[in-house]
Design a protein around this ligand. Structure first.
Ligand code: ASP
Length: 603
């Protein structure tokens, strides 16, 4: 690490506590120099008279030697902040620590100053095993002191910075859009902010800058991007946070392939600059329907095979009633060949519990052999049926084949779970490999039977493949959209679409979604109006930066690349947010609490 972090030399007083170098900087070449280091007491060892301190800052750890002359002064506690001035000395050959970048030297202290005393910390910054999540979030500043977390945040910053540079290189203009705004639907609930000056009115925090970026295209900005904070009030999962960051962008006069090519260039540049990884482009394109058919998922991990096979025709020939029943009910019989795996019978049976995660009531298995094989399915795979099944599943003798017969969504979901489980259990993938796919050709609408209405599969601003929306009386369920997802290693990194730039088409889409003329005007009148003053055809995309930073750092939880994340119940444990507010403050924003909220808020 460069000495840029250390204070500028200038004239130093003898008692100047400011560092001349960082704790990660000193090498054999510095031997003989008089230096000052500042940092946290990482570890300390008392060798009877001589006291060793490992001094830590963001850049590394340096061993400091405090001789007998320091006496009582060396009663330091872990995490105390100290300044040490002394001379850099070479370590004896036997004492060189090859694992530490500063391991060739140590600092022979001449002056020690305690800059700040630390209480016994609830998190051991030096330990490799993690404390409980609540403790980590409550004392986040201590958790963030851990070198691993500092590395994560630095990685995130580098990743974002490289991506920003790539967008600038491509001629994109960074524009900030408002945080206090009107609802921008992306399928979640809004976070609302009451207005003081407009009694009874509320701002919504943006679920994405979607409408603003489209309006920027109408405004002629042509190429926009933003590192944008988005807010979605939804039930949290491991890879979700209520406020999160996207690399949001939009461009004019383009079609899908232009957006894909742009992003491929940006990602190549970003991965090269931030990770030193060369990505191969173009990323394969995969239709949504094909992704579901081959992988059982619209965000497939394409680093390995184990693809799903349709066994309906074979199942009809077999005598297995369960398979017949599923087909008669309009379901599917799907299977995958796990290959020749060294699983015990118990391990094979445990796969049933994995399939159940996707809703399957059972997982049939068969150890392939042209003579009939073994396992519960063997007696239905007699005679020529065995060889036929082996051919359908490209199975060699001894391969473990797994079957689900159920409703299509259940069969797919269940085998997807099994496929991903096998990936982890059998270590089928290289964690350093990145397999991108553009998933395309999603349906425009999906029907929610319970609500009795259509919903946008992406969002209501997504262009249909057919601008005429199938003509009068067409089935909305049959319409294709021009949206796309970018998927990497089984994760959705982002999504986007070509947008509707024709106001009459946008009106018609709102109509199909059951948004009547009045509501349309009230919620989206400004967009419809903007589109009526000459809107260029346009499209865009938003990449989840938290997830991208986490995955490229080899982490599977976005919390580890967010400095101050929230819990699964959307709370910040460190600053205790959300929190009740005083009645006067509520009155100012014209809000009166009722019922349970009133009881809970009592200050
Ligand atoms: N608004 C995004 C887009 O289509 C999608 C998203 O925010 O997830 O560009």
């Amino acid at each position: 690490m460069s000495s840029a972090a250390a204070s500028s030399p200038g004239v130093r007083r003898a008692d100047d506590w400011r560092r001349t170098h960082t704790c990660g900087e000193l090498r054999a070449a510095h031997v003989g120099q008089r230096v000052t280091l500042d940092g946290w007491v990482h570890a300390r060892r008392d060798h009877g008279g001589i006291y060793f301190v490992d001094l830590r800052d963001r850049y590394g750890i340096t061993q400091v030697v405090l001789g007998a002359q320091f006496g009582e002064a060396v009663r330091l506690s872990g995490e105390d902040v100290i300044a040490v001035t002394g001379t850099v000395v070479a370590r004896a050959p036997g004492n060189v620590n090859a694992e530490r970048e500063t391991g060739a030297i140590e600092l022979m202290a001449e002056r020690l100053e305690l800059l700040s005393k630390a209480k016994t910390p609830p998190i051991d910054v030096t330990a490799s095993d993690l404390p409980a999540l609540e403790t980590r979030l409550k004392y986040r500043y201590l958790d963030l002191r851990r070198p691993a977390m500092q590395k994560n945040l630095v990685h995130r910053a580098r990743f974002i910075s490289a991506m920003r540079a790539a967008f600038e290189q491509e001629g994109f203009v960074e524009v900030e859009t408002p945080v206090l705004t009107k609802a921008t639907p992306e399928g979640a609930r809004d976070y609302l902010v009451p207005s003081r000056v407009h009694p009874g009115s509320f701002f919504a925090l943006p679920q994405s800058p979607q409408i603003f970026k489209q309006i920027l295209m109408v405004a002629g900005l042509d190429r926009y991007f933003q590192v944008a904070r988005c807010f979605r009030d939804e039930d949290l999962r491991a890879d979700r946070q209520p406020d999160f960051t996207q690399l949001d962008m939009e461009m004019s006069f383009v079609e899908e392939e232009d957006v894909f090519a742009l992003w491929e260039r940006v990602l190549v540049a970003t991965f090269r600059a931030a990770l030193g990884v060369e990505l191969a482009t173009p990323f394969p394109r995969l239709r949504h329907a094909e992704a579901l058919e081959r992988y059982g998922s619209d965000k497939p991990d394409a680093r390995f095979g184990l693809e799903l096979r349709d066994l309906a025709a074979w199942a009809k020939k077999s005598e297995f009633k369960v398979f017949h029943g599923a087909l008669e009910r309009g379901g599917r019989v799907l299977a995958l060949n796990a290959g020749s795996v060294p699983f015990s019978r118990k391990e094979v049976e445990e796969l049933g519990a994995i399939a159940a995660l996707g809703g399957a009531k059972g997982l049939a298995w068969w150890k392939a052999d042209a003579g009939g094989g073994t396992g519960p399915l063997a007696r239905f795979a007699a005679g020529p049926l065995a060889a036929e099944l082996m051919q359908l599943l490209a199975a060699q003798p001894g391969d473990l084949c797994l079957f689900v017969a159920d409703a299509q969504t259940v069969a797919r979901k269940s085998l997807n779970e099994v496929r991903l489980h096998l990936r982890n259990k059998l270590r089928l993938v290289d964690p350093k490999q990145f397999a991108f796919r553009w998933v395309t050709h999603f349906p425009l609408f999906t029907r929610d039977e319970e609500a009795g209405r259509w919903f946008s599969e992406h969002h209501p601003f997504t262009a249909p493949e057919d601008w005429a929306l199938g003509g009068p009386g067409a089935d909305p369920g049959a319409l294709m959209s021009r949206s796309y997802d970018l998927v990497m290693n089984g994760w959705e990194l982002g999504s986007g679409s070509i947008r509707i730039h024709r106001p009459e088409v946008q009106e018609r889409v709102f109509e199909i979604l059951g948004i009547g003329p009045e509501e349309r005007q009230e919620k989206f009148g400004f967009l419809l109006e903007a589109l009526s003053y000459g809107a260029p055809p346009h499209g865009g995309f938003a990449l989840g930066l938290d997830r991208s930073a986490a995955l490229t750092a080899g982490l599977d939880n976005i919390r580890d690349v967010i400095a101050f994340p929230k819990t699964a119940s959307a709370a910040d444990l460190m600053c205790q947010a959300p929190a009740p507010v005083r009645p006067e403050q509520l009155a100012e924003v014209h809000i009166q609490l009722a019922g349970q909220a009133l009881e809970k808020s009592a200050l």
